[in-house]
Design a protein around this ligand. Structure first.
Ligand SMILES: CC(C)(COP(=O)(O)OP(=O)(O)OC[C@H]1O[C@@H](n2cnc3c(N)ncnc32)[C@H](O)[C@@H]1OP(=O)(O)O)[C@@H](O)C(=O)NCCC(=O)NCCS
Length: 181
């Protein structure tokens, strides 16, 4: 997976030594409350290691899950995801064929524009590597994430039940920059 650089951030592959940060990040209700249809916090360190292993072994030419590092401090700030989004339907959910961009940041790094900066870089990377379109979905109450969508230029397309067996606000952009129909 390609490392990406922005003015303030390095987006790099996750490493086994990052498990402590992953547990700290995903054990917080503030981080998890809007993620998934039945949010829950991570409690088991083994789960953090499993998560990193899954991210490191994603088998796709363009998709990836990056660790976002603040270059100046050398500290981790969060996660940036570019991955297949599952369609609503019987469990286990099946791939929809669409690509989702997502962001999970540590509360200690909120309010600095890091999520927007990292997401803009991954969006440019996605289109630069041939993806035709990208979507983002948020819990309808997740205003902070909706602002990130708007800041990176994703168009709001209303509410949808199309993904994750959940009602979400849908945002999207096509590679041409045109809004999806
Ligand atoms: C969603 C989430 C990533 C948003 O984080 P965030 O810090 O609000 O987003 P940004 O990194 O874009 O920061 C933007 C804020 O930083 C401020 N900021 C400071 N310096 C900045 C800079 N150089 N550039 C841009 N914004 C800057 C902006 O004013 C903005 O504040 P505002 O939202 O009050 O207007 C964060 O709330 C989060 O991780 N939540 C938990 C996980 C989650 O819900 N993920 C989304 C699931 S759909």
């Amino acid at each position: 997976m390609q490392t990406l650089e922005t003015a303030r951030l390095r987006l790099r592959p996750w490493e086994p030594g990052d498990a402590g940060f992953v547990l700290d990040l995903y054990s917080r209700w503030d981080v998890q409350r809007f993620i998934g249809s039945t949010p829950r916090v991570m409690v088991d360190p083994a789960e953090a290691t499993e998560r990193i292993n899954a991210w490191r072994t994603m088998d796709h030419p363009v998709h990836g899950v990056w660790a976002v590092e603040v270059k100046e401090a050398g500290t981790l700030a969060g996660t940036l995801l570019l991955k297949s989004i599952p369609a609503s339907g019987p469990v286990p959910l099946q791939p929809s064929g669409d690509t989702e961009i997502g962001w999970h940041f540590h509360p200690g790094s909120w309010g600095r524009g890091y999520a927007t900066e990292a997401a803009a870089a991954v969006l440019a990377y996605a289109f630069g590597h041939g993806l035709p379109a990208v979507v983002a979905v948020t819990n309808p109450a997740n205003a902070a994430s909706q602002r990130v969508c708007a800041r990176i230029g994703l168009a709001h397309q209303g509410r949808t039940d199309r993904y994750y067996n959940a009602t979400c606000e849908l945002f999207g952009l096509q590679a041409s920059g045109a809004e999806r129909p």
